[in-house]
Design a protein around this ligand. Structure first.
Ligand SMILES: C[S@@+](CC[C@H](N)C(=O)[O-])C[C@H]1O[C@@H](n2cnc3c(N)ncnc32)[C@H](O)[C@@H]1O
Length: 283
């Protein structure tokens, strides 16, 4: 296990209910038999290469502490960057807070947002917490993932409910619905690349959250083609994509002809991981 010592420290701190630093501050504290048994049980799971976040049952994502288990993909730091891109776009836009037609939004908010493939609910719940959206919809074809997202939403956003719906791509939407934002971190790993991923990912995370056909484009491609029909004029499509996929995704935006601008943005490591497109017109 990569970083085995660090992970063991996190697990021990979890069992003892203390911060990791306290292990060093209380280095001479003996472990009781029950504590030791609980620690060993968690160590065994991690030694079987179950991801640390599943064993701990939690992970942090931006300002949130999310419950994580094998029902959904573990939210990644890159995806925190996607949320940052979205928030920056809305904050920097003078017309945010107005309808796509330029009329002021009745609630002075940023309008409706859709998080397609919501998993744990990480993106959608961050938008509810940090953004000013009047309504946030999260979709996923995985019922298990939606159950986990609902659990997270109940705890993290009790006053501003997350609207969760089951289905592939835009299936769960109702005729006539329009969004000012569609954001997605869809599955984008080419099927053949799965074998090269770490065992923690390959053997433990939901396959349907990772792979998307031979080129990894089986969700991204229809998503980019169909999104303009569900965006308000001037609405934003914001995507996280795989390492080499950004030019192809922009190519599809050009081909579709329903995006007025599009750009590729880097993640913190400098990789071309985010694609933003602004819809020129609805359907
Ligand atoms: C890479 S995970 C992202 C999860 C979460 N949004 C995040 O960033 O941590 C992709 C998610 O998309 C869902 N998904 C897979 N195929 C889909 C499709 N055709 N339409 C919508 N969602 C899909 C998966 O079930 C999974 O929860």
């Amino acid at each position: 296990v990569e970083n085995g010592r660090l992970d063991a420290e996190f697990l021990l701190a979890h069992v003892l209910g203390v911060a990791r630093l306290d292990l060093y501050l209380q280095f001479d504290r003996p472990l009781g038999a029950q504590e030791l048994a609980a620690f060993k049980a968690l160590l065994k799971r991690r030694a079987a290469r179950e991801p640390l976040q599943y064993v701990l049952g939690r992970t942090s994502f931006r300002e949130l502490e999310l419950v994580t288990d094998s029902r959904a993909l573990i939210p990644r730091p890159e995806t925190e960057g996607l949320v940052e891109e979205v928030l920056a776009w809305f904050r920097n836009r003078p017309e945010a807070g107005t309808g796509g037609d330029g009329q002021p939004d009745s609630q002075g908010a940023w309008g409706s947002a859709l998080d397609l493939g919501t998993g744990t609910g990480a993106i959608a719940l961050s938008l509810l917490k940090e953004g000013e959206f009047s309504h946030v919809v999260g979709t996923d074809p995985s019922r298990e993932a939606l159950e986990l997202a609902a659990e997270n939403a109940r705890v993290l956003s009790p006053d501003h409910p997350l609207d969760l719906r089951e289905g592939f791509l835009f299936e769960p939407l109702e005729e006539g619905e329009r969004f000012r934002l569609i954001v997605s971190n869809p599955p984008y790993v080419p099927t053949g690349d799965l074998d090269f991923l770490q065992e923690e990912i390959r053997a433990w995370e939901p396959r349907g959250a990772l792979v998307a056909g031979p080129q990894g484009m089986d969700v991204l491609s229809p998503l980019v083609r169909q999104a303009p029909a569900w965006l308000e004029p001037g609405g934003l499509l914001a995507l996280e994509v795989g390492d080499q996929q950004a030019p192809e995704v922009v190519g599809i935006m050009e081909e579709v002809g329903a995006y007025r601008t599009f750009r590729i943005r880097p993640d913190l490591g400098g990789g071309q991981r985010y694609v933003l497109g602004v819809a020129s017109k609805g359907r």
